[in-house]
Write a protein that binds this ligand. Structure first.
Ligand code: MOS
Length: 774
């Protein structure tokens, strides 16, 4: 496409009608676009604050023989350099497995592993000191490939196996059996706001930390552990994040802990903000996977058997990889029903920064493999993959490999809706037509169904709390455990409170997420933040409502049997408006010394999972959808464009269309980025080569699909979503997987003998090779 056409597209995007009204509330947007939103680095600096810089390992594996920082510590402005020996508590930040130091002691396990913290009066001094540090390391062998690690039995956690039916014997019944391998690479989170924290000492031997974290409680717990103090001495406060995408679920803890450590020991405020290249070098990314598959179909193209083995590249420490591995298994059959499945997963220890959560949390990696297997089968049988996909879509009553029975499936509905609405037959014919007419440009298409389970797979994490204060002037303050990271959860929380009280959203202020106000929070993750915290908030608001209603009955209605309601800020008795509005009601209630605050609690009912047998009912519900993706490949240059993404997405009954649509659009583009242009590259020595924005390309406005339409399948079925508005954070990312297959199909149209592999990302280099191999 020509540049001016692109610009026209951008203008079209910009001129899309704004969504207004309660359904379009976006509490944070005005602050973002006017620059008033506060991030960690915007917090005013306190007197005596020190800046932190981290000295990290220059090699991926080795024994530290000696570290000499005496000269460095003498640099003018350097206050103190901290090593692991300065840690008063435990030198341990591992959440699931205790296998990760805050500061390396005798051995380093990855390039970028923190070894020392430099605290200085200014950043220049800290930077200068870094260059004066001398280190002696005896190098040890470096492993970057998960299969190599597996062969040497280097595992981060015990391997897992999900099993339903008997795949081995089912294969003998299959008419068609296909085997192969599929690979997905990592993905850099590239949140706009880099990792960081700001801490200062408070009285009673305590510390307060402002952290850019998805998991305030995780930071609190880690700080307490490292300082050797109890959790009540650590307060963590989060206003918002400039993006998280999973990269700040666990991996925000290190920087918060470093700031806290320095503040606690020096008794001075301390700030630790990573620069972009430091962030890219020191933090882990989406787990790359290398996987084997074997798929078996009967004569009628029913998938009878599926066997898969996942080799997860976990990096040098477990971090969240064991949980991510689990979600890969949960989603290894995506939207399909397969009666005989054996899925095995290994979390392999390599010498890369510990890989971590990234939107989808292992789900996308699992789904890519089944899609590759289906595509492999279709190509070998000379049919369209969509035939196998549609045929094997799950239905109500089907049992998933982990034991949960499908209820209220929208899998087929989404598929049929999107293929009907956008006339899949015409799209296909247009592509055939185009390809016949063009020698050096080829189009391809793919459909990508998604079925994503909602809940933390670790059942005990599915609970939340909220705190509501109605102030005597009628204004409302809401605190929950939800962290706003651009996903719009603040807007949703305000909507829940406004709807429950029957008042305007203008009356409600969403407070920061703070461990002193709301304790023991699960991280904002697993797409579950609005559900869990929204339900806790609902519970809190309802308690206040009960007291208000009791007051109205006794004090206003005169103790008669009646129906009391507050709507549009007005008190109604038996559907008749009274003279009381919200504000005057609250004043009266306050005068009567009635409690206008409440703490709500919610824990997801129904869910359970037994790891000893790998069976249960781990998800509150599933989110469904299907996307059609089309792409055009330039067969001379290997470049490509995504022409269109049409998705039908099951959002339940969305309470905020604009926010949910934003999540879908962003997720799709992020998924396409992972599948196409984003290429994390480490060399054999474990050094990150794609270490800056000049060498790591993410989608920009010019690489979004020329057409991107998301249609909500407005379902109103019983589910455990907040106000039936289904979770939306992660699922849309996986539509992006379709981009891989659309591009690959175009390549094969040009070169039917192409040996292009199921190896994502499908970069222009790989496309070019695939176009011309014989
Ligand atoms: Mo999210 S990938 O569950 O932080």
């Amino acid at each position: 496409m020509l540049l001016d056409e692109k610009d026209k597209n951008i203008k079209q995007l910009q001129s899309s009608p704004p969504v207004s009204g309660a359904g379009g509330l976006n509490a944070d947007a005005p602050g973002h676009v006017t620059g008033k939103s506060i991030y960690v680095d915007d917090i005013p600096m306190m007197e005596g604050m020190v800046f932190l810089k981290i000295y990290d390992s220059p090699v991926a594996h080795g024994i530290i023989k000696a570290v000499d920082y005496t000269t460095a510590e003498q640099v003018d402005g350097v206050v103190k350099i901290f090593s692991y020996k300065d840690i008063p508590g435990e030198n341990q930040i591992g959440g699931i497995v205790a296998d990760e130091t805050l500061l390396a002691d005798t051995e380093v396990h990855f390039c970028g592993q923190p070894i020392l913290i430099i605290a200085a009066e200014n950043e220049d001094a800290a930077e200068e000191a870094i260059h004066k540090i001398k280190i002696e390391i005896d190098a040890l062998p470096v492993i970057t490939d998960p299969r190599v690690a597996f062969a040497q039995n280097k595992l981060l956690s015990p391997s897992r196996k999900f099993k339903i039916g008997d795949a081995a014997s089912a294969f003998t019944q299959c008419k068609h059996v296909f085997e192969g391998t599929a690979e997905t690479n990592g993905q850099e989170h590239l949140y706009l706001e880099t990792q960081g924290a700001y801490a200062y000492p408070t009285e009673h031997d305590s510390v307060k930390i402002f952290s850019s974290t998805q998991g305030p409680t995780q930071v609190q717990r880690t700080v307490a552990r490292v300082l050797g103090v109890s959790m009540n001495k650590v307060e963590v406060d989060v206003s918002r994040l400039g993006g998280g995408f999973g990269g700040k679920e666990d991996q925000a803890s290190a920087w918060g802990t470093m700031a806290a450590l320095v503040a606690y020991i020096l008794k001075r405020p301390a700030k630790c903000i990573l620069q972009r290249m430091e962030d890219m070098r020191m933090t882990g990314k989406r787990n790359p996977y290398s996987s084997d598959y074997k798929i078996g179909l009967d004569e009628d193209l029913n998938i009878l058997a599926y066997e898969t083995t996942f080799y997860q590249n976990g990096g040098a420490a477990a971090d969240l990889s064991p949980a991510i591995l689990e979600r890969t298994l949960f989603h290894c059959t995506n939207s399909y029903f397969i009666p005989n499945v054996t899925a095995t997963a290994h979390s392999c220890k390599t010498n890369l920064p510990p890989n971590t959560a990234f939107r989808g949390f292992g789900g996308p990696q699992g789904m890519f493999v089944i899609e590759a297997a289906i595509d492999h089968a279709a190509k070998s049988l000379g049919i369209d993959a969509t035939v196998i996909q549609r045929k094997n879509m799950m239905d109500d009553g089907n049992e998933l490999p982990y034991g949960q029975i499908i209820k209220n499936s929208e899998a087929r509905n989404c598929w049929d809706e999107v293929t009907g609405k956008y006339d899949i037959g015409k799209i296909r014919n247009d592509i055939i037509d185009f390809n016949a007419k063009n020698d050096f440009r080829k189009k391809g298409m793919a459909l990508m169904p998604v079925c994503f389970g909602i809940s933390f797979t670790n059942t005990m994490m599915n609970h939340a709390r909220a705190l509501v204060h109605v102030y005597s002037d009628g204004s409302v303050g809401v605190s929950t455990g939800a962290v706003e990271m651009g996903q719009g959860v603040n807007s949703k929380m305000i909507q829940v409170a406004a709807k429950t009280f029957g008042i305007s959203t203008d009356r409600i202020k969403l407070e920061t997420t703070n461990t002193t106000r709301v304790a023991n929070t699960s991280p904002s993750a697993a797409s579950s933040t609005a559900d869990l915290n929204g339900k806790a908030l609902l519970h809190a608001c309802n308690q206040v409502n009960e007291r208000l209603h009791a007051f109205i009955k006794t004090e206003i209605a005169g103790n008669i049997e009646c129906i009391v309601e507050i709507r549009d800020e007005r008190v109604y008795i038996n559907d008749e408006a009274t003279v009381y509005n919200w504000k005057s009601l609250i004043q009266q209630v306050f005068m009567k010394r009635i409690n206008l605050s409440a703490k709500g609690h919610y824990s997801t009912p129904v869910i359970h999972f037994d790891k000893t047998i790998e069976k249960g009912h781990p998800f509150a519900y599933h989110v469904y959808g299907t996307a059609i993706i089309t792409a055009t490949v330039d067969c001379l240059r290997g470049t490509y464009e995504i022409d269109a993404v049409y998705a039908v997405h099951d959002a339940g009954t969305s309470i905020n269309h604009a926010v949910d649509l934003g999540q879908c659009e962003g997720g799709i583009v992020q998924g396409i980025g992972w599948m196409t242009m984003e290429e994390v590259v480490y060399n054999d020595e474990g050094r990150l080569l794609s270490n800056a924005l000049s060498t790591y390309k993410i989608p920009d406005i010019y690489s979004v699909p020329k057409e991107l339409t998301v249609q909500f399948l407005n379902t109103d079925k019983n589910n455990l979503a907040i106000l039936k508005s289904k979770a939306v954070g992660e699922p849309p990312l996986m539509y992006g997987i379709g981009a891989f297959f659309a591009i690959r199909n175009a390549v094969i149209t040009f070169n039917p003998a192409s040996t292009i592999k199921y190896n994502a990302p499908i970069t222009p280099e790989k496309v070019l090779m695939g176009l011309y191999n014989q």
